[in-house]
Design a protein around this ligand. Structure first.
Ligand SMILES: [Fe+2]
Length: 354
């Protein structure tokens, strides 16, 4: 990556804060030295992401996210609120978003993403939504996906993407197109076709870091009205078992949907021993969960792991030989609040918080 003078200066400015956060997380000794060296140069990849964007609300926040000078922007669903069975209305809402300050933002960054219910069609939409194919075309047009992309020829918008010469692999999962009307059934979330594809992609992966992007929450149990993998327990178990079966290195999850941001940790059995899995949830670019839910959310997710303000996420990847570090930052769009976590990838390919 070319370090322009401006970006290099930004890295220097960020350094003291990064180190302060790292020490607050207990990073010490060799690891701290190693991290310091890694922080001494600019990150190898900066990914910014968010979800839940109501196109009628102010879009001024794009200027704030643009300041991060990210390499990538990922939409994690509810990219607009379509909420219609009239495809002309859906199209008009996408066009409204594309004529907002977002159009300027996307000129300077590479964009990718996935959909959730509201942009797929309507609240809680599943495979019974009648305009799946047209909705898929509008979604891919919105993301600027090439006309010859395989995503244009398949059913559903699942896909993978590799960065840093294949060291990082992102799996974008479609939890809408194939979702059954009945919750709980096996294959009811991803569908057989997407499962086959996913297992092949996992089996073939040579990436050091494998990132699963799912609009709805993955690791935790269901939180009152929200949608989660927990409603399809067999599929949740299946995904985690496949991570184990293919011994995927550096696995973690990203999600949106819930209208607050959270850094989530959950213990799980892996190859006979207990490991921690992590999920980075950023949701609510233009609106947040109602105040009446604050208490429950803070209790369920942990006050120190949660920002219940409009927010976006950022993941910085640092590579130093065979070593990988990752810094997660959850930024409020309403205040100066920022939650940070530092991770390093151990020899077994499992993320550890120092
Ligand atoms: Fe939403």
């Amino acid at each position: 990556m070319n370090l322009t003078k401006r970006r290099f200066l930004q890295a220097l400015i960020a350094l003291p804060f990064g180190l302060r956060e790292a020490s607050a997380q207990g990073l010490t000794g060799d690891r701290l030295n190693s991290f310091t060296r890694a922080m001494g140069r600019f990150q190898d990849l900066r990914l910014c992401f968010g979800s839940c964007n109501y196109q009628n609300h102010s879009q001024d926040y794009w200027k704030r996210i643009a300041k991060q000078k990210g390499d990538l922007w990922f939409w994690l669903g509810d990219n607009i609120y379509g909420d219609t069975r009239d495809v002309n209305i859906l199209d008009a809402k996408y066009r409204k978003q594309l004529s907002s300050p977002y159009s300027q933002f996307k000129e300077n960054i590479e964009v990718d993403g996935i959909w959730d219910d509201h942009d797929f069609g309507e609240d809680g939409a599943n495979s019974s939504y009648p305009h799946k194919e047209i909705s898929q075309k509008l979604h891919l047009d919105f993301l600027g996906v090439a006309s010859d992309s395989p995503r244009r020829a398949q059913k559903g918008v699942y896909h993978t993407r590799e960065e840093l010469n294949g060291a990082v692999k992102f799996y974008f999962l479609d939890t809408r197109y194939f979702q059954s009307e009945e919750k709980g059934s096996s294959n009811g979330l991803l569908g057989p076709q997407q499962w086959n594809w996913l297992e092949n992609e996992m089996a073939e992966s040579t990436a050091k870091i494998n990132v699963f992007i799912t609009p709805i929450g993955m690791l935790l149990n269901r939180l009152f009205v929200t949608e989660d993998w927990a409603e399809f327990p067999e599929e949740k178990e299946r995904l985690l078992s496949l991570v184990e079966k293919y011994n995927l290195s550096g696995a973690f999850f990203m999600s949106g949907d819930k209208h607050f941001g959270s850094l989530i940790k959950r213990g799980w059995e892996r190859n006979g021993s207990k490991v921690d899995y992590f999920e980075f949830q950023s949701s609510g670019l233009t609106h947040v969960a109602p105040k009446t839910q604050l208490k429950v959310v803070k209790k369920f997710y942990g006050k120190r792991n949660t920002i219940i303000e409009k927010n976006f996420g950022q993941i910085d990847f640092y590579r130093e030989g065979d070593h990988f570090f990752m810094v997660w930052s959850l930024f409020s769009l309403e205040s100066h609040r920022r939650l940070t976590r530092v991770f390093y990838l151990d020899r077994d390919g499992i993320w550890q918080r120092p």
